[in-house]
Design a protein around this ligand. Structure first.
Ligand code: AMP
Length: 219
C-alpha cells in the first residue's frame, strides 16, 4: 500500500532539509512544490511564467494551478510506493483536493508531521539560508554551513540566496503562511493525523523525531 506523508510547517522550519533526509531514508519520492515551481521558472515554461509573479511577491500560486501540477507529479512511476510532500498542501482547498486525488487509488494521507518554530525565529532562519543552484540542497550560514563557503558540499555547485529569501519577501511569506496554511494544523489534527515536532532542535534530533512519528503513524 502506498504511503503519503505531508510535511507541514512555516517557511524556514526546515521542511526542505528534513524532506531530503527522510525521503532517502524511507525510499519515498520527495515532492517539493516550491522546487517544481523553481525548476519551471528556470526553464521559463508556461507554468514557471505564471508562477513567477506570485513567488516573487511571496504569495501563493493559485490553487487550481498548483493542484493540477501535483496531480500530474503524483502520477509518475516514482510515486508508485507513495511520496513525501513538502510544501503541498498549503491551503484547506489543496488539502481537500489531495484527499480526493488519493482516494481515487484507495489511498489517503498517513501522517502529517508538523515542524513548529515560533514566527520571530523564522526571519533569521530564512535570511541566512543559501540554496545550491544545481539540485536545491539547503544550507544556513549559522545552523548548517557548507564546508567551503558558497559551494555545495554534495555537488560542488554555487550557492545562491533565493529571491524570496530576501527580507522584504520573507515577512510577506510568513504572513501568508499564518493566514492560509496554518489552518491546516487544525485540519489534520481533527483527522487524527498531526504529529507536532519542535523545530528548534538540531537537524539530527528533528530527523529522529520525524522518523519516530512517521513509523508510529504506520503501526
Ligand atoms: P517553498 O520553496 O515551499 O517555500 O515555495 C516557494 C514559493 O512557491 C511559495 O512562496 C509560493 O509562491 C509557491 N508555492 C510552493 N508551494 C505552493 C503551494 N502548495 N501552493 C501555492 N503556492 C506554492
Amino acid at each position: 500500500m502506498a504511503r503519503y506523508i505531508v510535511l507541514l510547517g512555516p517557511p524556514g522550519a526546515g521542511k526542505g532539509t528534513q524532506a531530503e533526509i527522510i525521503s532517502e531514508k524511507l525510499g519515498l519520492a520527495h515532492i517539493s512544490s516550491g522546487d517544481i515551481f523553481r525548476e519551471n521558472l528556470k526553464a521559463q515554461t508556461e507554468l514557471g511564467q505564471l508562477a513567477q509573479g506570485y513567488m516573487n511577491r511571496g504569495e501563493l500560486v493559485p490553487d487550481d494551478v498548483t493542484i493540477a501540477m501535483i496531480r500530474e507529479r503524483l502520477q509518475r512511476p516514482d510515486c508508485a510506493e507513495g511520496a513525501l510532500l513538502d510544501g503541498f498542501p498549503r491551503t484547506p482547498k489543496q488539502a481537500d483536493a489531495l484527499a480526493a486525488m488519493l482516494s481515487e487509488t484507495d489511498s489517503s494521507v498517513d501522517c502529517v508531521p508538523y515542524i513548529s518554530v515560533p514566527a520571530p525565529i523564522l526571519v533569521e532562519r530564512l535570511s541566512g539560508r543559501w540554496t545550491c543552484r544545481a539540485e536545491g540542497h539547503i544550507y544556513h550560514t549559522t545552523f548548517n554551513p557548507p564546508v567551503q563557503p558558497g559551494i555545495c558540499d554534495v555537488d560542488g555547485s554555487e550557492l545562491y540566496q533565493r529571491d524570496d529569501d530576501k527580507p522584504e519577501t520573507v515577512s510577506r511569506r510568513i504572513d501568508v503562511y499564518m493566514e492560509q496554511t496554518a489552518p491546516l494544523i487544525d485540519y489534520y489534527r481533527q483527522r487524527g493525523l498531526l504529529a507536532e515536532i519542535d523545530g528548534q532542535q538540531s537537524i539530527d534530533e528533528v530527523t529522529g523525531q520525524l522518523l519516530a512519528a512517521i513509523l508510529k503513524g504506520q503501526a
